[in-house]
Design a protein around this ligand. Sequence first.
Ligand code: FMN
Length: 456
Amino acid sequence: MVQRQFPNPRELAELMRFKKPTFDAKRRRLDAALTIADLRAIAKRRTPKAPFDYTDGAAEGELSLARARQAFEDIEFHPGILRNVPEVDTSREVLGGPTALPFGIAPTGFTRMMQTEGEVAGAGAAGAAGIPFTLSTMGTTSIEDVRAANPNGRNWFQLYVMRDRDRSYELVHRAAAAGFDTLFFTVDTPVAGARLRDTRNGFSIPPQLTPGTVINALPRPAWWVDFLTTPKLEFASLQSTGGTVGELIDGMFDPTIGWNDLDTIRAMWPGKIVVKGVQTLADAKELASRGVDGIVLSNHGGRQLDRAPIPFHLLPEVAREVGGDLEVHLDTGIMSGADIVASVALGARFTLIGRAYLYGLMAGGREGVDKTIEILSKQVVRTMKLLEVQTLDELGPQHVTQLARLTPIARPMQDAAESASSTAPKTVRAPRATKPTAAKAAAAKPAAKPRTAAKS
Ligand SMILES: Cc1cc2nc3c(=O)[nH]c(=O)nc-3n(C[C@H](O)[C@H](O)[C@H](O)COP(=O)(O)O)c2cc1C
């Protein structure tokens, strides 16, 4: 029989630990976010549909992005035990300079449209956290203003080669003069990908006011106040005549760029050069032989070619084959520090975050980007501690299994060609992921997307 008593006021008082209320609504919002998905939810509430979808969406059926994220969800970690790891060191050298964490901010266009602080928030937050910031050719803040926002940190510049070559070269020279130490040459955008959400939303640059956008604006007044009371949204390095993103990209950027353009740009750039948007082992090898400093395995966050290779699946083989010659970086689909740790374990020297940064920006400007970095950083640290590794260099393939979901079917022509030449490198098959056991396969979520048939 339970013995009962009158509630003791002193015991009751001990239970009542009310937090000091925060009257800063933004702070309250951000404090409640524990994951990047939480920041995305806040961003979606606060940002009009067209700019939110422009950021969140991908090309065609959005399969490239969904598969890349799924691949990260399908990671299985293998921790060490009893290794005495009180603290971890998340820093390393990347492209000849330091970074406090194994990720940096990816180049994104139209950034001030998502939230008016735009690149200044990104560059400032990156500088404060000791990680690199990358400014896009399609950025909405000038090279010099980014430098002013991040005067002591590392700034990188991303180049699209324009039909008017001289304008591209002028940007290269300006970035070098402003002390940017690395040039990212994006090569996966010969034409614009089909971003169907943008077409359905009637999305244009600058955003147009239609009856639909006005109705959508009503519950999001803060975004509109910001938008209308701050300097006009413009490209800092391009002259836009208005229109859709596709019209802009197709009109300005040159689909005929080739290896000679890489050589030309390399010759005029004094710092490190990285090719962004590499999607096959064969191209990675070609770039290694041409002496570039790094590559980014990336399908542009699924915004260009849909059904593109999953960068995380390409990673082990590419890192093994060319990782000794150049730095292998990776992006697309990163939503957690665990994704970053797994990428480092499988051979990525560094990773880039696109949407994770933009969700933070839309959720709370500069403080929101700080929050993105804080969330990812805590997740990196916690994952390393749970794996019981002290440094990034200690991470290795023994820590991660990629559980197989989409396994490529063998291609008979290719297999015949490979066996005919015993010395030919295997350039086509994706790396074999370790097959899950029956129990793990049963526990795994069923694939939402159509499967390719399993290789026999
Ligand atoms: C809104 C948006 C704009 C982007 N603009 C550019 C760009 O101008 N240049 C570029 O090289 N990549 C651009 N990207 C691709 C990113 O640099 C990066 O490859 C991609 O976002 C990584 O995937 P994640 O968003 O899943 O992290 C953009 C991505 C997004 C989401």
